[in-house]
Design a protein around this ligand. Structure first.
Ligand code: CTP
Length: 436
C-alpha cells in the first residue's frame, strides 16, 4: 500500500496545481474549525487508478454547512446549503463546483434538549456506500494531508480489480446499484466479485429492480449509455438479466451488437464533419437499444423510464415519424430515378440529429446512407439568397402565401433551379403571377 508521502507525491503529479491548492485550503479551513475534512468516493478511486476525475466530493466530520459557509466567506465562493441533508454546494470563483457533505448525525435525547452531535462518524458514513472501491477517503487536514482512510478494503479491491459490495443487503437497499456495478465493472475493466455477483443475480431474480422509479432507472441507463464505450456494459446488463426491467421484451443479440457498432461509426463520422449541432451520443445508443421494439412497446419503454416531456418533444417522440420518412426515402430509391434534393430535404428536416444518425446506423443500404450524409452536409444548411425585404419589395404580400413562396423558392434552390438572388426574385414573381 502506498505511504502518505507517496500519495502526496501522486496528488501533486496527478492533479492540476489549482486543485491541489484548493484541497489544501479546504484542509486548513477544517483545521481552524476543528473538523476533519476528506476527499471521498469516485475522486479518490480515480486518483489511485490514475484516471482523470475533476469531480471532487468532500465529506466533513462535523457541521458541513458551517464548514462550507466559513470556506465560502474566506475564499469568495457562493454557497448553496441544504439544511435538511447537512450538505452544501460551493461555487468557486472559477465557476467550478464542490459538493460538501457532512457525517454529522444529531441525536435528540428528549424533546427540548439540545442535539448531541456525533463526530467521529466517517466510518459509518462510508459504510452506506455502494462498493468498496468507492469507500476510500483522503484526509485533507494539514497534519494528515494525503493519509488514506480505508475501512473496507477498497485499496485491495482496486488492486485486484473487484467490484464488491460492503454487505449482503446492498442491492436490496438500493437496486439501482445493480446498474452501477455493471457500469464500474465495464468502465474500469474490473470484475464483479463472485459473492457480489451472486447477490446481484438474487436481486434480479427477486425482481427488486422492478421497484426502482422511472426517473432513477433512466438516470442509470443514461449513465451507462454515456460511457465512452457503452456496448460492453449493455452486453453485461443483458447477461445479468437487467434489460427486462427496462422493457420486458428488450432483447440483446447480434442485431443490437451490429447496430451499436454502426451507431458508433455514424457518431464518429458526424464528429468529423465539425457541424455546429451538438449530438447526444447516448440518445443514439438508446435508439439502437430499443430498435427492435415496435411503436407501442417503444412508448411503454419511454413511460417506464418517465422520459421527461421535453426529451419526448425534442427527440424520442419523433421516432415513428423518422422511421416513416426513412421508409419513404427507401421506397423512392427503389424507384430507380434519383430523388430530388427538395424531397430529401422535406423528409429529413425537423428530424433531430440523433434520429438521423440512428437512421444512418440502421440502414444497411449504402444509397440511403449516402442520402442522409448528402442531406447533412449539403442540404440542411441551405438558405435563400434573397431576403424577406427583397420579397416584400417585389410585392409578395405578408401572410401565409409569404411562407409558401419562401418554401417553393428554397425547394427550387435546393434542386438547382435557381442559382442567384435575381433567379430567386424572378421565380418569385412567376409564383406570384400563378397565384401561389
Ligand atoms: N453511491 C451509492 N449508491 C448509489 C449512488 C451513489 O452508494 N446508488 C455513492 C457511491 O459510493 C459514490 C458516491 O455515492 O462514490 C457518489 O456517487 P456518484 O457521483 O454517482 O459516483 P462516482 O463514483 O463519482 O461515479 P462517476 O465516476 O460515474 O461520477
Amino acid at each position: 500500500e502506498p505511504s502518505e508521502r507517496e500519495i502526496v507525491h501522486h496528488v501533486n503529479r496527478r492533479l492540476p496545481e489549482a486543485t491541489v491548492a484548493l484541497l489544501r485550503e479546504l484542509g486548513r479551513t477544517g483545521e481552524r474549525l476543528g473538523m476533519a475534512v476528506y476527499g471521498v468516493g469516485g475522486f479518490v478511486r480515480d486518483l489511485l487508478l490514475d484516471i482523470d476525475n475533476q469531480d471532487v466530493d468532500i465529506t466533513v466530520e462535523g457541521d458541513g454547512i458551517l464548514f462550507a459557509e466559513t470556506f465560502a466567506r474566506q475564499h469568495g465562493c457562493r454557497v448553496r446549503s441544504h439544511q435538511a441533508f447537512g450538505t452544501a454546494v460551493l461555487v468557486l470563483p472559477t465557476g467550478g463546483k464542490l459538493d460538501i457533505a457532512s457525517t454529522r448525525l444529531e441525536f435528540y435525547e428528549s424533546p427540548g434538549v439540545l442535539p448531541t452531535v456525533e463526530r467521529s462518524s466517517l466510518r459509518r458514513d462510508l459504510h452506506r456506500r455502494d462498493f468498496t472501491i468507492n469507500t476510500l477517503a483522503l484526509c485533507l487536514n494539514p497534519d494528515r494531508f494525503g493519509r488514506l482512510i480505508d475501512h473496507y478494503g477498497g485499496q485491495k479491491d482496486l488492486r485486484e480489480k473487484m467490484v464488491r459490495v460492503l454487505h449482503n443487503l446492498s442491492f436490496v437497499e438500493d437496486p439501482t446499484r445493480c446498474f452501477r456495478a455493471v457500469r464500474f465493472e465495464q468502465r474500469l475493466g474490473f470484475h464483479l466479485e463472485p459473492h457480489t455477483e451472486g447477490l446481484l443475480r438474487t436481486a434480479v431474480r427477486m425482481g427488486l429492480v422492478e421497484r426502482v422509479g422511472g426517473k432513477r432507472l433512466l438516470g442509470e441507463l443514461t449513465s451507462i449509455l454515456r460511457e465512452r464505450e457503452p456496448l460492453p456494459a449493455v452486453r453485461r446488463m443483458a447477461a445479468l438479466g437487467l434489460l427486462p426491467f427496462i422493457h420486458a421484451e428488450l432483447r440483446f443479440g447480434d442485431d443490437v451488437e451490429h447496430l451499436f457498432a454502426e451507431s458508433e461509426r455514424a457518431l464518429a463520422w458526424y464528429e468529423l464533419l465539425y457541424l455546429p449541432t451538438p449530438v447526444e451520443a447516448w440518445a443514439v445508443y438508446f435508439l439502437a437499444l430499443t430498435d427492435r421494439l415496435d411503436s407501442p412497446k417503444y412508448r411503454e419503454t419511454c413511460t417506464r423510464l418517465a422520459m421527461p416531456g421535453r426529451w419526448l418533444q425534442r427527440l424520442f417522440g419523433h421516432r415513428h415519424r423518422a422511421i416513416k420518412h426513412f421508409q419513404a426515402l427507401r421506397q423512392g430509391l427503389r424507384g430507380g430515378v434519383s430523388i430530388a434534393n427538395s424531397r430529401v430535404y422535406a423528409l429529413l428536416r425537423n428530424i433531430p440529429i440523433e434520429l438521423l444518425l440512428y437512421g444512418l446506423a440502421r440502414s444497411g443500404q449504402e444509397e440511403l446512407r449516402r442520402l442522409v450524409s448528402h442531406y447533412l452536409v449539403r442540404l440542411a444548411h441551405v438558405t435563400l439568397l434573397s431576403t424577406g425585404a427583397d420579397l416584400h419589395d417585389i410585392g409578395v404580400p405578408p401572410g401565409p402565401s409569404f411562407g409558401r413562396i419562401k418554401e417553393r423558392l428554397l425547394a427550387a434552390r435546393l434542386d438547382g433551379e435557381v442559382r442567384s438572388r435575381d433567379d430567386e426574385l424572378e421565380f418569385a414573381r412567376r409564383l406570384l403571377k400563378d397565384g401561389v
